[in-house]
Design a protein around this ligand. Structure first.
Ligand code: PMP
Length: 309
């Protein structure tokens, strides 16, 4: 998906031109993956463009930074305000994607990151459906990856650390090369964890099951938590539970959730149709409710929106 440049990128407190938002080749994070980041979306609502769960994302950015012992030289409020200003300055509209990045800059080499300068950037650009309109409408094909998810005692899977995403990239390439849309990763001990950039839900006996984040090595997704709330409000039972690959084969429905991907039905796992091979009724209902939520059409969830006025 080629990037569509916008006007400005926020870098360390200033708006700089897109083309000038560059770093030195000896930037520490480029070599060792020592940064943390977020992925956020903004949508058009009846009251103007709004960023979905902005504060929760920025708080998770700080939580990730804490794990990596990075002191972000801004407050949550400052980065919330900078994000809103960035969307406004660039005149961005429905579905745009926002990427805050905290990285260690130029000045030191070697594996001790502590002396490195902490740098912060926020970029935003128009971004369509991450897994394609066809995937959103009819579901994606998935394959269990030969790559395992990280062991949480090898790297902190609860944090969004930049370097950790080599695992996702390897799994994504393998899935695409094999003719599948997305990979599903198993945890180090063989339970279902998540996809390369999305959490996973299945429907079993009419209720929703999603892997427990701490023991599966999955990220605690903000979309996952949003869908959990929406599903409970619609009367569904939602449980965080261990699952194994055959639970995916036996599922009545399955879908994945993520800020970039949104809510996407899983059509097949390892060449086995999920249910009928078409998006199921619960998946469709939750997908619709999620889209209505992010676009400010459901009063109950209005607190999740930060308006870009
Ligand atoms: N798992 C991984 C590995 C991810 O990168 C993401 C995207 N941030 C998710 C799950 C979904 O998280 P969220 O719903 O907060 O975007």
């Amino acid at each position: 998906m080629p990037l569509t440049p916008t006007d400005k990128i926020w870098m360390d407190g200033d708006f700089v031109d897109w083309a000038d938002a560059t770093v030195h080749v000896l930037t520490h994070t480029m070599h060792y993956g020592t940064g943390v980041f977020e992925g956020i979306r903004a949508y058009r609502t009846p009251n103007g463009v709004a960023v979905f769960r902005l504060r929760d994302h920025i708080k998770r950015l700080f939580a990730s930074a804490k794990v990596f012992m990075i002191d972000i030289p801004y407050t949550v409020d400052e980065l919330v305000d900078a994000t809103i200003a960035l969307v406004r300055v660039n005149g961005l509209d429905d579905g745009c994607y926002i990427r805050p990045l905290v990285y260690l800059g130029y000045g030191e080499m070697g594996l001790n990151p502590i002396p490195c300068p902490v740098k912060v950037s926020i970029a935003a650009w128009p971004w369509g459906t991450y897994l394609g309109d066809e995937g959103v409408a009819n579901g994606v094909s998935t394959k269990i990856s030969s790559w395992r998810r990280h062991d949480p005692n090898a790297v902190p899977t609860a944090a969004k650390g930049t370097g950790m995403y080599v695992n996702s990239s390897l799994a994504k390439m393998e899935a695409l090369r094999g003719g599948y849309d997305e990979a599903i990763l198993l945890s180090a001990d063989g339970n279902v964890s998540e996809c390369t950039g999305e959490n996973i839900f299945i429907v079993l006996n009419g209720h929703l099951v999603t892997p427990h984040t701490s023991d599966s090595g999955a990220l605690a997704g903000i979309t996952q938590r949003s869908v959990e709330t929406i599903a409970r409000d619609l009367g569904y039972e939602v449980v965080y539970e261990q699952m194994i690959r055959t639970d995916l084969y036996a599922a009545e429905e399955a879908f994945l959730t993520g800020t970039a991907a949104e809510v996407v039905p899983i059509r097949s796992v390892d060449d086995r149709d999920v249910g009928t091979g078409k998006p199921g009724p619960i998946t469709k209902q939750l997908q619709q409710a999620y889209f209505s939520t992010v676009r400010g059409e459901i009063d109950r969830y209005k607190d999740w929106l930060d308006y870009v006025r």
